[in-house]
Design a protein around this ligand. Structure first.
Ligand SMILES: Cc1cc2nc3c(=O)[nH]c(=O)nc-3n(C[C@H](O)[C@H](O)[C@H](O)COP(=O)(O)OP(=O)(O)OC[C@H]3O[C@@H](n4cnc5c(N)ncnc54)[C@H](O)[C@@H]3O)c2cc1C
Length: 398
């Protein structure tokens, strides 16, 4: 916790979350990740029940929704703690993509959809997924899309192909982005529609292997197909044609959530790197940490993580005070900056561990494999850098 951003509420919750994560999750994290998903899910459900009974459930949600009503700045600091272990967010029902869908539905879904789908999602009884990206089109330009939803009477008929639909395996519903008006302005062509995954015509073609690991359940990314998939018109979220603007609503907070989590990963990897540097002996009396190169990595990592945390919390603070739109450029800045720091810190931590670093005996390999995507999802680095540079150059008349 940084004093500048501490609040009374956070002072009381932070130690409880820390204690829970360190005592209940750290000891079983490798088993949860690399064991059979159905066993892991059962254990995670038990831990979820415990975190709920301790009053730590979904702390980012308003109190009337069963959360703790934390601001983004407060939640950011808890999210860092949760990020120190790969399933930390899951245990408190703060995990992507559900958190994004919860926030989206909270603001834009009808009362009927809220009762039927949002409530059980908030309660942790079901999971969800979000399908926007398609293998055939460049996801960096979301206007490109082949999936269509055609109104026939009171139903949408959805046809299309999506991939990298995170956590689709085992999800109860999917929020899909589809073109509903091919003639409209490109930014008003798409709409978001809720599709229960047991609807005829919805299928998972495969879980996509990520550098050799296809995962399962929550820990997977699927390729999904919609074939004459019919859902009621009432499953539309927001207005017809509002899909792109809703995606922006969803992505703003989503990006900062990732950055908060990445700082947690950095801190854990940093801790592992330092422990290894201080204990691994090159020869008698000479530890790895005595080498200047390793000292440089430790010093550079410390500075970069601290800088990232300040940037992220500053952005969170701006969002709390002025809204996500006002913090758009700051969000772009942290998205590529913190992703880069994450890559560097993980790589250094692996190098310090030597061969052990690339085995699955530590968490480092899991993060290295699964977080390489950090520089790609929710907007690749290049797109965010261009946004920032354009904004700066505007002030120079360009
Ligand atoms: C782990 C992971 C989880 C994901 N989860 C989801 C999910 O749940 N739901 C979902 O819908 N999608 C998800 N995605 C997909 C993700 O949003 C897309 O991968 C992303 O939008 C990039 O699209 P693309 O992969 O088609 O890359 P492309 O658009 O084909 O871009 C390829 C590369 O081109 C470069 N590039 C692109 N645009 C520009 C530009 N303007 N200037 C310069 N260079 C550029 C970048 O280097 C980029 O990496 C996930 C992706 C990953 C890796």
């Amino acid at each position: 916790m940084i004093n500048l951003f501490t609040t009374e509420q956070l002072k009381s919750i932070y130690p409880k979350v820390k204690d829970f994560i360190e005592k209940r999750l750290y000891p079983i994290e490798l088993e949860l990740l690399f064991g059979d998903w159905s066993n892991s899910e059962q254990k995670l459900n038990d831990l979820r029940a415990e975190s709920k009974s301790l009053g730590l459930w979904a702390p980012y949600l308003p109190e009337e929704e069963g959360g703790l009503g934390l601001s983004m700045t407060e939640f950011g600091q808890l999210s860092e703690l949760m990020g120190t272990t790969p399933l930390g967010h899951y245990v408190f029902n703060c995990q992507a993509p559900d958190i994004g869908n919860i926030e989206l539905m909270h603001q834009f879904a009808s009362e009927e959809l809220k009762t039927k789908f949002l409530k059980p999602l908030i309660d942790g009884q079901i999971r969800s997924c979000f399908a926007m990206t398609e293998p055939e089109y460049a996801g960096s330009n979301p206007v490109n899309m082949g999936t269509t939803a055609v109104l026939e009477g009171d139903e949408f008929v959805i046809n299309g192909h999506k991939w990298f639909t995170t956590a689709a395996d085992g999800a109860s519903f999917c929020i899909v982005m589809a073109v509903t008006d091919t003639e409209a302005d490109p930014y008003q062509r798409g709409s978001m529609i809720l599709v229960p995954t047991n609807t005829t015509g919805f299928s998972i073609e495969r879980n996509i292997p990520i550098m050799g690991d296809e995962g399962a359940g929550y820990l997977s990314h699927s390729q999904v197909r919609f074939e004459n998939c019919r859902v009621p018109k009432a499953h539309l979220i927001g207005e017809m044609g509002s899909g792109f603007s809703l995606a922006q609503h969803r992505l703003g907070p989503g990006r900062i959530h990732h950055c908060m989590r990445w700082i947690g990963i950095c801190e854990r990897a940093f801790d592992m790197m330092c422990k290894r540097a201080a204990s691994r002996e090159l020869r008698e009396g000479r530890k790895l940490g005595h080498q200047q190169t390793i000292q440089n990595w430790i010093a550079e990592s410390r500075a970069e993580i601290d800088a990232s945390r300040l940037m992220v919390l500053h952005t969170a603070n701006k969002m709390d005070k002025e809204g996500a739109k006002a913090a758009r450029i700051q969000i772009s800045t942290i998205k590529f900056y913190v992703a880069d720091v994450l890559m560097k810190v993980l790589d250094r931590a692996i190098q310090v561990h030597g061969a052990l670093g690339i085995t699955d005996d530590t968490l480092l390999s899991f993060w290295y494999r699964h977080e390489r995507g950090a520089r790609i999802y929710d907007g690749p680095d290049e797109v965010h850098k261009a946004s920032l540079a354009k904004q700066i150059l505007k002030e120079y008349g360009l």
